[in-house]
Ligand binder design. Structure first.
Ligand SMILES: Nc1ncnc2c1ncn2[C@@H]1O[C@H](COP(=O)(O)OP(=O)(O)OP(=O)(O)O)[C@@H](O)[C@H]1O
Ligand SMILES: [Mg+2]
Length: 269
């Protein structure tokens, strides 16, 4: 893991990252022997995965391999059949207040931005802190404006989502997830619905977040991003994790035929 930090200048955030790892001594997100079926379809097969604090994990794999399902189990948008998922050492509760609290610690950004169409940009970002965290409106407004500035769309605060470009909407979706001050951010193909010229502005926001020390799990086929930012790459196929390694290990020396085949297809596009 430390190898990757050497690619970045050693700034405060990277120092904090390694401190945090030492102190925590246990993964922030852990999946142990997770299995899941959709009816007869076995979509997650004995998934074992750990993500340390400050680590960026990129998940790649062919369509239908279970990447989205795995992400969705982490904040329990999907149930699992067996195994366990721990956040900060705590098992994901089945329901109730405990689940709501743990879910608030996991921010999620989807391919489709899912902003509330009938609310302004600022209202979209303020909503969860006010409703879920009972933050007072002034404080939530200030927090939302800060976050919108961080993702570079503060000038759009009073517009409606439909008035923004896809890239801007996705950056608002990131700000909205950050407003809950999550411990980990999950990104499920956040740039794949965007026009090509808007991909970079979203990847830049994600890169900055990573450098600030955010723990991130990203399903993405943006290989440049994965190489530059990921500490670790996981390759999934048919519901299984077939490979895990550093970006250099995975992209330059894939071990399995499935991974080699997958990489030859995406890299030639
Ligand atoms: N709600 C559901 N009910 C039944 N089957 C589902 C459901 N959601 C996903 N599946 C199936 O589970 C398998 C894994 O789907 P998943 O969406 O996790 O794959 P993925 O790796 O994210 O694919 P993609 O790259 O296309 O997004 C697929 O065969 C899919 O058709
Ligand atoms: Mg998917």
């Amino acid at each position: 893991m430390l190898d990757n930090y050497e690619k970045e200048p050693l700034n405060e955030a990277t120092v904090r990252k390694s401190d945090a790892n030492d102190k925590a001594g246990r993964p922030l997100v852990e999946l142990r022997h997770v299995d899941k079926h959709f009816g007869k379809l076995h979509v997650l097969k004995d998934i074992n995965l750990s993500v340390n604090q400050g680590e960026v994990l990129v998940v790649v794999g062919p369509s239908g391999s279970g990447k989205s399902t795995m992400c969705r189990t982490i904040n329990r948008l999907e149930t699992i059949d067996s195994g366990e998922i721990l956040i900060n050492g705590q098992r994901l509760p089945q329901e109730g207040k405990g689940l709501a609290m743990l879910r608030a610690e996991v921010g999620m950004v989807f391919q489709q931005f899912n902003l509330f169409a009938n609310k302004s940009i600022i209202e979209n970002v303020m909503l969860a802190p006010v409703k879920v965290r009972h933050m007072d409106k002034k404080k939530a407004y200030d927090l939302a404006m800060d976050l919108l500035a961080r993702v570079g769309v503060e000038s759009q605060a009073n517009k409606m989502p439909s008035q923004l470009s896809g890239g801007q909407q996705q950056r608002v979706a990131i700000a909205r997830a950050l407003a809950m001050q999550p411990k980990v951010m999950l990104f499920d193909e956040p740039t794949s619905a965007l026009d090509p010229e808007m991909v970079n502005e979203v990847l830049e926001v994600m890169t900055r977040l990573a450098h600030e020390g955010m723990t991130m799990i990203c399903v993405t086929h943006e290989m440049g991003f994965a190489r530059r930012v990921a500490n670790s790459v996981v390759f999934m196929a048919d519901g299984k994790i077939l490979e895990q390694g550093t970006p250099d290990e995975f992209f330059d020396h894939p071990k399995t035929d499935r991974a080699k085949d997958f990489l030859s297809k995406i890299l030639t596009h």
